[in-house]
Design a protein around this ligand. Sequence first.
Ligand code: DSN
Length: 424
Amino acid sequence: MRDVVFELIQKEYDRQFSGAELIASENFVSKNVLEALGSVLTNKYAEGYPGKRYYGGCEIVDQVEQIAIDRLKALFGVEYANVQPHSGAQANAAVFLATMQPGDKFMGLDLSHGGHLTHGSPVNYSGKVYVPVFYGVEKETGRIDMDKVAETARRERPKLIVTGASAYPRDWDFKRFREIADEIGAILMADIAHPAGLIATKKLTDPVPYCHIITSTTHKTLRGPRGGIIMIGKDFPNPWGRTTAKGSPIMMSTIINSAVFPGFQGGPLEHVIASKAVAFGEALTEQYSAYIDQVMKNAQAMAGAFVAKNYHLISEGTDNHLMLVDLRSKGLTGKAAENALVRADITINKNMVPFDDQSPFVTSGMRIGTPAVTTRGLKEADCIQLVEWIDHILMDHENETKINTVRQEVNQFMKKFPLYPEIG
Ligand code: DSN
């Protein structure tokens, strides 16, 4: 008898196929990425790194992991890459372990202003083991004021400054962040989990020349399997004067490698690493660069359509693949919006907006992103049609008849955009 889990997988496929996926951190991987992920490589233990493993039989996975490393280095133009972190959170944890001692101070973007759980939230290890201080966005502009970042850094003198966000629609001034970090002798890290694909294809400011260390996930705009990565643009000796037994300085890449394994993780997930390698190969193509162009055009089209309907967008728009809509002027909470839209098979997530007066379970905003619908093949006009449906529902969000009608229209519409036809 077939396991019930496979019935659920089929149901999830149906859900993904028939709905409009607007969660900014989600995407649809290619069939090749999916195949590598579901491969026999999951059977192999390979603690260590290519050429230096603690298990026999690693000749093949060594080659797979080396391909992933080499492709990632080429994609971002970096000297060092570690492809083993199981997730973005693990990648960040490894960098923290490598650069700080428990109780050390670091600085990140406030979670309620668009930051990330691992950038110092009190409910996360980052806020429990280390001492976080925060910078935020301005109430009037929704943007980070770099003079205020400098002021906070000078006052607090964190050991590590973290840039990056999960709900910030604007580009980052990495050059200015580096000047601030240098002034106080801090290490600068960029968590590019969200815009990684836009950075790899040079559509946004490149952190590589400015940030000492870069982390990312692989499954958002990068369109690979769920996972994490760590990179260093130009490797450098550790700033604490640690030396090898022979007296030579230990390079930062060595410290990061040890922090990932054995510091934070055990055996690497070689099936995921193979899948990352396939995704990085895809991201090196012209087609991927054209895809990212379309992601950005679709985000611009949606942002424009929301503004035309008098929605308040934090920072009045977007530079990247996502937008944050403040629903307060429409008399709605994020929770009510998410619930109504999900019933119409339009998937978004409720999200805190800066200076929110609602709890994180309710929120005053919704976050919308275009990476997944763009992979399905939607163009600007299609995205504007999605905004029409979203507005139609939100303006009468308890009207079940309306929600049902829109759901049928969305399901019919999404049939035009294939998703693994060979599987479905
Ligand atoms: N949960 C991810 C997101 O949705 O942005 C961040 O980890």
